[in-house]
Design a protein around this ligand. Structure first.
Ligand SMILES: [Fe+2]
Length: 386
C-alpha cells in the first residue's frame, strides 16, 4: 500500500466564545423539528446549559432530553437512549457534555438507524448506515469525541470498553465554546488535559501518522505543556481555557485520523474493568508506555520533547528529560502515580492484559508490546489497598 495516501476527516467546526448559542440556527439548517438532547445530570444546573436550551426553545419546544449517561457510558445506556430517540420520533441529536454523553450519543445514533445491539458495531468500519445529524457541544477540553471517528462504549457484562471506529460517527457539527469549560473542577481540567496530551503524543508516534496529523499533534503538545498547570493551579481564566480548548481540538483532529496507541489500549482495559476515569488512567500509564516505546521512534519523541521545552542537543539525555517532564506535569496537576485495588490480583492482571492486547488502539502503537511488558506496567501502577 502507498503509505503516502491518507484519509483525513473532520466535522464542520464552529470554534469560539459563545459558539454554543448558534445551536438554534443549526437546528434550522438541519430542518430539525424534534431534537434529542443527550447529556449527563451533573451539568444541567449550569447557566451555560440553560442558555443552550433557551436557544433551542427559540426554534422548537418539541425536544426530548436523555440524561441517563454515566461516566464510561454503558451499552444499555446507548440502547435506552435509542429507544427514547425512536419513541419520541426525534430527527437529530445534540450531545452536550464531556466524552461520556458524546460517545453515548454516537451509540444512540448508530442503533436508532441500523438497529441491533450497540456492541454489534465494535471495531473498524462496521456501521452500514449513517445516523441522524449529530451536533456536539463539548464541556471539557480533552476527549475530542466532538471531532473524532471514535465512540467508546462499555460492555456491561464483560466490563470491557469497546471501541467503535467509523467515519459514520464523526459528528456533523461541533460547536466548540470555551465558556462551558469555565465550570469544570480542577481535577476534571487535569484529567481531561492529560487525556488530550496523550491523544497528541500517541497520534504523533502512531504507525498511521501523516503530515496532516503531525502538525495538529505537535501544536496540541505545545499548548498543553504551556497552559495545563496554569489552568489547574490558578483561578481559571477564559484565555487559558481557550488555549486548552484549541489544544484538545488539535489533538482530537490528530488522533481521529492517526489513531492512538498502547496508553489508550491499556487505559480502556483498566477503565473498563475498574470503572475509573479515562483521563486518570492515561495520565498514570503515559510515562510507562513512553519508556517502552521510546527506542522504536526516538526522533518522534525528540520532536515531542522539543515542543515540551526540553533541550534536545544531547540525544543521550532526551528520554530521561521527557519522562521527567511528563511525571512532573502529572504531579503538578495533582494526579497520583498509582491505582489502589483490593481482592484477587491474579485474575485481574490476566483480564487486564488480555483486554488491552485485544484493543484496536494497540495496532498503531509504534512498538509491538508483549503480554509480559503490558503486565509489568500494570503491576507497577496497581497497589493493594491497605
Ligand atoms: Fe482519550
Amino acid at each position: 500500500m502507498n503509505k503516502e495516501l491518507r484519509k483525513f476527516v473532520v466535522p464542520e467546526i464552529i470554534v469560539g466564545e459563545d459558539s454554543r448559542l448558534l445551536i438554534g440556527r443549526y437546528l434550522s439548517h438541519f430542518s430539525s423539528k424534534k431534537p434529542l438532547i443527550v447529556t449527563d445530570q451533573n451539568i444541567r444546573e449550569f447557566q451555560w446549559f440553560e442558555d443552550i436550551l433557551n436557544e433551542i426553545e427559540k426554534f422548537t419546544n418539541a425536544y426530548s432530553i436523555f440524561d441517563g449517561v454515566s461516566e464510561n457510558p454503558k451499552d444499555y445506556e446507548a440502547m435506552l437512549g435509542a429507544e427514547v430517540f425512536l419513541s419520541g420520533d426525534c430527527d437529530l441529536i445534540v450531545a452536550i457534555g464531556g466524552g461520556s454523553p458524546m460517545d453515548c450519543a454516537k451509540g444512540i445514533a448508530i442503533v436508532a438507524t441500523n438497529g441491533g445491539h450497540i456492541l454489534d458495531y465494535e471495531g473498524v468500519d462496521e456501521i452500514k448506515l449513517p445516523g441522524p445529524p449529530l451536533v456536539c457541544i463539548p464541556s471539557t477540553a480533552g476527549t475530542s469525541a466532538d471531532v473524532s471517528q471514535f465512540a467508546i462504549i462499555c460492555d456491561s457484562n464483560e466490563l470491557i470498553k469497546k471501541a467503535i471506529i467509523s467515519k459514520k460517527v464523526v459528528p456533523d457539527l461541533a460547536l466548540i465554546d470555551p465558556v462551558p469549560l469555565m465550570t469544570m473542577d480542577q481535577n476534571l481540567v487535569a484529567c481531561t488535559g492529560m487525556d488530550a496530551l496523550t491523544h497528541a503524543i500517541e497520534a504523533y508516534v502512531s504507525n498511521a501518522q501523516s503530515n496532516l496529523t503531525d502538525i495538529h499533534a505537535l501544536e496540541a503538545i505545545k499548548l498543553i505543556n504551556e497552559n495545563l498547570e496554569k489552568a489547574v493551579k490558578e483561578e481559571k481564566d477564559l484565555e487559558t481555557m481557550k488555549k486548552l480548548m484549541l489544544a484538545s481540538l488539535y489533538a482530537g483532529i490528530a488522533f481521529s485520523n492517526a489513531s492512538l496507541g498502547a496508553v489508550h489500549g491499556m487505559a480502556h482495559s483498566l477503565g473498563g474493568l475498574l470503572d475509573l476515569p479515562h483521563g486518570e488512567c492515561n495520565s498514570i500509564l503515559l510515562e510507562h508506555v513512553i519508556n517502552l516505546n521510546y527506542d522504536s521512534v526516538p526522533k518522534r519523541y525528540s520532536d515531542i520533547s522539543e515542543k515540551m521545552g526540553i533541550d534536545i542537543k544531547n540525544p543521550e539525555t532526551i528520554k530521561k528529560n521527557l519522562l521527567e517532564r511528563i511525571r512532573n506535569l502529572r504531579e503538578n496537576v495533582g494526579i497520583r502515580s498509582f491505582i489502589e485495588i483490593s481482592g484477587s490480583k491474579e485474575d485481574l492482571f490476566t483480564m487486564l492484559v488480555e483486554n488491552a492486547l485485544e484493543d484496536p488502539c494497540m495496532i498503531t502503537n509504534p512498538k509491538d508490546l508483549s503480554a509480559a511488558e503490558v503486565r509489568n506496567i500494570y503491576e507497577g501502577i496497581l497497589q493493594e489497598k491497605r
